[in-house]
Design a protein around this ligand. Structure first.
Ligand code: PLP
Length: 390
């Protein structure tokens, strides 16, 4: 059962794992192929081909800036979302060393943020983690209470990557501004898919999440934000990101971001209605299921539910066999059986969870087929584990 996505790429299965990565957007494919031929030269040099590459890179920067509503000289291309996060967090802390060494993060940040926080702690810094409610949402007052006179940086994601809950970024940004603390927002799950609230000082995003090519991230640092490179510096990307620029990647990433942003007004409500269908039907079709995350203040394309008495990996494997590429919100992948820190922080069931995240162009017939096969798949696994449910 080969399926095709809107860009024409073939799949063996219905692809419902857009939160991990999206297939290449047609606008990105076209831009990438053109830029591989025309934008290969070193944009730092002075001959014709190099100047051409520089023009393409600056054009990509302006296009990405336009889509995000910031100035082009605030945008820097990185080699991944993870690298953008690490540079934003560690560079933000370094730039504010004189204010102190205290960092505030939410408990449900992506591992890239938490790994940067761990590195800061190992380096003698201090970290305060702000918890979330049962829907995975930070309480703005609890976040405000965590700020101290020696807080150098605060981090809050725009939306959670495992359960889709939107965070109160605008409120928290207001509090941070009043306290004189820069706010870093990890917008990897929102960029190109949903509005990013204003008020932040730095931001990270990842091109492969919105149909851009892999290996391209965005680091945005607003003017007048203190930042000092945590890495050895060179002259590339305004001295923010060392190493030779990936001009074709940047061009394709920006083209896809602009295209996705233009499509969002029509595509987000369409995907959101499909997610509502899953949120509403799964608990009726499958006994002993908990649908997690905020039902309203959420990303348009993502839902996670947890099935009691089922091992998540077994369910994902069974769904793969039935023609659905889905993932688990947890990090219970082949190499680790640790339950998800997000679900743990929310106080919800941490096992048997399935994250459905719909890519652009997702077919409603595939969603209906998923809802048709899911109840039997869960029942079969429960039976084989010796559990009988109604
Ligand atoms: C919220 C969030 N932040 C950061 C990242 C890291 O991005 P990348 O995969 O480009 O390293 C991801 C990717 O899973 C993410 O979901």
């Amino acid at each position: 059962m080969a399926h095709r996505n809107a860009s024409g790429a073939g799949f063996d299965a219905a692809y419902f794992d857009a939160a991990s990565t999206e297939p290449l957007h047609p606008a990105a494919r076209e831009a990438l192929l053109g830029a591989l031929d025309a934008g290969w030269a070193d944009p730092a040099r002075l001959y014709g081909a190099a100047r051409g590459a520089r023009v393409m890179l600056d054009g990509a920067r302006a296009q990405a800036a336009g889509a995000l509503g910031v100035r082009p000289d605030e945008v820097f291309f990185t080699t991944s979302g993870t690298q953008a996060v690490h540079l934003a967090v560690l560079g933000g802390l370094r730039g504010r060393r004189r204010a102190g060494r205290h960092l505030v993060v939410s408990a449900v940040e992506h591992s890239s943020v938490l790994h940067a926080a761990e590195a800061h702690e190992r380096d003698g810094g201090e970290v305060t983690t702000v918890g979330v409610d049962r829907q995975g949402r930070v309480d703005p007052e609890a976040f405000a209470a965590a700020l101290r006179p020696d807080t150098a940086l605060a981090c809050l994601q725009s939306a959670n990557h495992e359960v889709g809950t939107l965070q109160p970024v605008e409120e928290v940004a207001g509090t941070c501004r009043a306290a004189g603390v820069p706010l870093f927002v990890d917008a990897a799950q929102s960029a190109g898919r949903a509005e990013i609230p204003p008020g932040w000082s730095s931001l990270a995003a990842s091109a492969h999440k919105w149909g851009g090519p892999p290996g391209v991230g965005l680091l945005v640092i607003r003017k007048n934000t203190r930042w000092r490179s945590p890495l050895p510096e060179d002259e590339r990307e305004g001295r923010r990101v060392p190493g030779f620029e990936n001009v074709p990647g940047a061009v394709a990433a920006a083209a896809a971001l602009a295209a996705r942003s233009a499509e969002t007004a029509a595509e987000a409500p369409r995907l959101s209605a499909l997610i509502d269908r899953i949120r509403e039907r799964v608990p009726r079709l499958v006994p002993d299921v908990e649908v997690v995350g905020d039902p309203v203040r959420r990303l348009p394309h993502l839902v996670t539910f947890s099935c009691l008495y089922v091992a998540g990996e077994a369910l994902l494997t069974e769904l793969d066999r039935l023609g659905f590429a889905v993932s688990s919100g947890s990090s219970c992948t082949a190499d680790t059986l640790r339950p998800s820190h997000v679900l743990e922080a929310m106080g919800v069931i941490t096992h048997g969870n399935v994250r459905v995240s719909l890519p652009r162009g997702a077919d409603p017939a595939d969603v209906d087929r998923f809802l048709t096969v899911l109840p039997d798949a869960v029942a079969r696994l429960r039976r084989s584990a010796g559990v009988s449910t109604p």
